[in-house]
Ligand binder design. Structure first.
Ligand code: T46
Length: 137
């Protein structure tokens, strides 16, 4: 899996004078079944998160409120995505190193995940990530 599989998915948006509504159905709008939902909030200004990769996990990441940046790295190249719309979802396939920064105040990072939480799915050391990507892990 490389960076070329990562992409912004334009999610359905039902516009309404009462407020907008966006919905997501697993394997219809995103290429996996949703097994877990979590969200990051109250992130202090200037803070960063992430700093790991996943062997198998696929995710869709949404700036449900506010904005932040996601930097994805496949061991060869890096790409920075700025997420600032509630109807944009960043699809992250397995085996990409990720860092998150540039959180705006009151931002909420909503994540839909293809697997239950499993610490053994994490690679938290960048050198090890590079070894695994190059087939030496
Ligand atoms: C990612 C970015 C976007 C759990 O117990 N259950 C969970 O479902 C999660 C996600 C985390 N945790 C525990 C494990 C750690 O002790 O919460 C602590 C922090 O988790 P993590 O290091 O994964 O946090 P982030 O913000 O660095 O990364 C998270 C996701 O885990 C990760 O997959 O891509 O958000």
């Amino acid at each position: 899996m490389g960076l070329e599989q990562a992409r912004i998915i334009n999610l359905p948006k039902i516009g309404d004078p009462r407020g907008n509504l966006t919905f997501i159905e697993g394997q219809k709008h995103i290429p996996f079944e949703i097994k877990r939902v979590y969200y990051l909030y109250d992130v202090p200004g200037g803070e960063s998160r992430g700093g790991h990769a996943h062997y198998k996990l696929e995710q869709l990441v949404i700036a449900a409120s506010g904005s932040f940046d996601m930097i994805l790295d496949d061991g060869k190249q890096k790409q920075r995505f700025h997420l600032n719309r509630s109807y944009y979802g960043l699809y992250i396939p397995k085996m990409l190193w990720r860092e998150m920064d540039n959180f705006s105040s009151s931002s909420v990072c909503l994540v839909l995940a293809s697997m239950m939480y499993d610490e053994s799915d994490y690679i938290r050391n960048y050198d090890e990530f590079i070894r695994v990507v190059n087939g030496h892990g």
